[in-house]
Design a protein around this ligand. Structure first.
Ligand SMILES: [Zn+2]
Length: 185
């Protein structure tokens, strides 16, 4: 599946023209990079989620969902970006960093973000079934001794459209009885 990578930015700019104060310009910039990562996943028939990890104003890690192609159930975009950032910085703790991810993180990824001491998470589309930051919040659980600042809904229309487009295409391509295709994985 070919992803409309260049179109993403043009659409996002159009969205910003409609709502000029909607997002912080830096958040939009880094979310663009995460959306391009998501487009990479899309082009490889992976659920299109992308992430970049920013530390002191520069990208130190990036990644996209690769659970099927690796195959690795933990290869969510957030985990890929965290792994690369930890290698880049030579530290498994990433204090002061910010993760940009196109879709609200799941339980596994939130756990990893907590362990890494990521300071802030900015996400695009809400994940009403499995999202653990806002949809089914965990961050206030007293078991966690770290707090993450959250910004939700940056470039949300693009991130959501990319997911919807992917699952619509996959449903069209799926043949009845085909094992291994689920709408929510
Ligand atoms: Zn996840």
């Amino acid at each position: 599946m070919a992803a409309p990578a260049l179109l993403l930015c043009a659409r996002c700019d159009a969205w910003r023209l409609l709502m000029p104060n909607f997002d912080d310009p830096d958040d939009v910039f880094f979310m663009h990079l995460a959306l391009h990562q998501a487009a990479q996943a899309y082009s490889q028939a992976e659920v299109p989620v992308g992430a970049v990890l920013v530390s002191q104003g520069r990208v130190v890690g990036q990644g996209y969902n690769q659970t099927r192609s690796l195959p690795d159930p933990s290869a969510h975009a957030e985990i890929q970006a965290l792994r690369q950032a930890a290698l880049t910085l030579g530290n498994f703790r990433l204090p002061g960093s910010c993760l940009y991810v196109t879709v609200e993180p799941c339980a596994m990824c939130l756990g990893a973000l907590m362990h890494a001491r990521v300071e802030r998470v900015v996400f695009g589309a809400f994940e009403p079934k499995a999202g653990r930051l806002c949809s089914h919040p965990w961050p206030d659980d007293p078991a966690f001794n770290h707090r993450i600042r959250i910004t939700a809904g940056v470039c949300e229309p693009l991130a959501r459209q990319l997911m919807q487009q992917f699952f619509q295409a996959r449903r069209r391509a799926a043949t009845p009885g085909l094992v291994g295709f689920r709408a929510n994985d």
